[in-house]
Design a protein around this ligand. Structure first.
Ligand code: NAD
Length: 279
């Protein structure tokens, strides 16, 4: 007889990432939190990056440690070069190496174009795009130094960029955010082309509408949720585990031939649902 799954949703401890070392940025909330836990459940040791909210980060660490793997929290602003370099140095010191980077940290500072300040523009580009560049650069240095360790993974390293459907869907009132995610798409593809010959896989996951603090106003009243569901052919708002599961499989050797691709995890949001009845 089969045992019930621990979350009621999936089987216990798929060891897809056994022996691997992962770093997840922005891992004390929403998608990053779920992803850090999923990677730990899949057997990886995990660095839980956060910029504020130490207690929440330590809770994630405890949850991951309960799977019998190692984890620690590290405070760093991903848009600060010195702090990112310091974070990777600590990871190499404590875990010895890195196999998986999930560049997830991100934020929104929404405003109509004519109201948007240059500070709001820079903040979003700095965290969402420059932050991914800095983390990818530091991870790639270690991947290149170490190369492939066949007992651990077929690949010399995996980078998963957390993008968004807004890497291809324009979004009025969010010019900074959409531009940052469009940039993430081209950053991801360029790094995949540049690093592929070294056995490094770079890909992106593009969430649709996922229930997290970043977009609370889009789902936290019945009216808002009904409006949102019109944009989702599958008629369900996503949850962070939908993304965490996709990242886990993408980072594993099950997806070893997937390079330079975006996996849209969006309930069909990128299918232009307006055309189901219009057009
Ligand atoms: P969230 O607000 O719950 O989490 C964002 C995380 O990033 C938090 O832990 C936050 O502290 C961290 N962060 C912000 N600035 C940082 C910095 N300078 N350095 C380090 N960490 C920082 O939101 P979320 O929905 O979980 O977002 C995670 C990622 O998913 C983001 O890149 C976001 O753009 C993307 N995304 C989310 C959705 C969605 O519907 N929720 C859709 C598409 C893409």
């Amino acid at each position: 007889m089969t045992q019930p799954a621990d979350s009621g949703r999936r089987p216990e401890a798929l060891p897809l990432l056994r022996g691997q070392k992962a770093l997840v940025t922005g891992a004390n909330s929403g998608i990053g939190l779920a992803t850090a836990i999923a990677l730990g459940r899949a057997g990886a040791d995990v660095v839980v990056n956060y910029v504020f909210g130490r207690e929440a980060a330590e809770d994630v660490v405890s949850k991951i440690q309960s799977f019998g793997v190692r984890a620690f929290a590290h405070e760093a602003d991903v848009s600060d070069e010195g702090q990112v370099v310091g974070m990777f140095a600590r990871m190499l010191e404590e875990f010895g190496t890195i196999d998986v980077l999930v560049a997830n940290a991100g934020l929104q500072r929404d405003a109509a174009l004519t109201d948007m300040t240059v500070e709001e523009w820079h903040k979003v580009i700095d965290v969402n795009l420059t932050g991914q560049f800095l983390c990818a650069r530091e991870a790639a240095k270690e991947f290149l130094r170490r190369g492939v360790v066949p007992e651990v993974s077929r690949s010399a390293g995996k980078i998963v960029c957390m993008s968004s459907v807004h890497q291809i869907i324009p979004w009025s009132g969010h010019a900074n955010y959409a531009a940052s995610k469009g940039g993430v798409l081209m950053l991801m593809q360029t790094l995949a082309q540049e690093l592929g010959p070294h056995g490094i896989r770079v890909n992106a996951v593009a969430p649709g509408a996922i229930r997290t603090p970043i977009n609370r106003s889009a789902w936290d009243t019945p009216e808002a949720e009904q409006n949102l569901l019109k944009l989702i052919p599958y008629r369900r708002v996503g949850d962070p585990d939908d993304i965490a599961d996709a990242v886990t499989v993408l980072a594993s050797d099950l997806m070893d031939y997937v390079v330079g691709t975006t996996i849209y995890v969006d309930g069909g949001m990128t299918l232009f649902p307006g055309f189901a009845t219009g057009g």
